[in-house]
Design a protein around this ligand. Structure first.
Ligand code: ZN
Length: 89
């Protein structure tokens, strides 16, 4: 009998948040990227939060560098890759 990969596939089913890339168990977005009603937060909201997070990770970087890094990262995420601010970077 051929090795059945189905079980293995089920075991490793994880998806990632389409807004920030964080691993999640189900749905499209993690709890950090949605508001109380479960709707995705605005671009500005996410951008501000990701910039603050990136600035803590890389305190020596300039504001300009931080914003470019965040936009580069957002360009890899399904929720933001087509956003005008990301496209215009
Ligand atoms: Zn998220």
């Amino acid at each position: 009998m051929a090795h059945d990969l189905t079980e293995e596939k089920v075991m490793t089913t994880t998806s990632s948040c389409e807004s920030c890339g964080m691993p999640i168990e189900s749905g499209r977005y993690c709890g950090y990227c949605t508001d109380d009603s479960g709707a995705l937060q605005s671009f500005e909201e996410r951008f501000t939060r990701m910039a603050a997070w990136q600035a803590r990770r890389d305190p020596a970087a300039s504001r300009q560098d931080i914003e470019r890094q965040v936009l580069d990262y957002m360009a890899t995420l399904p929720a933001w890759r087509d956003h005008p601010r990301v496209q215009a970077r």
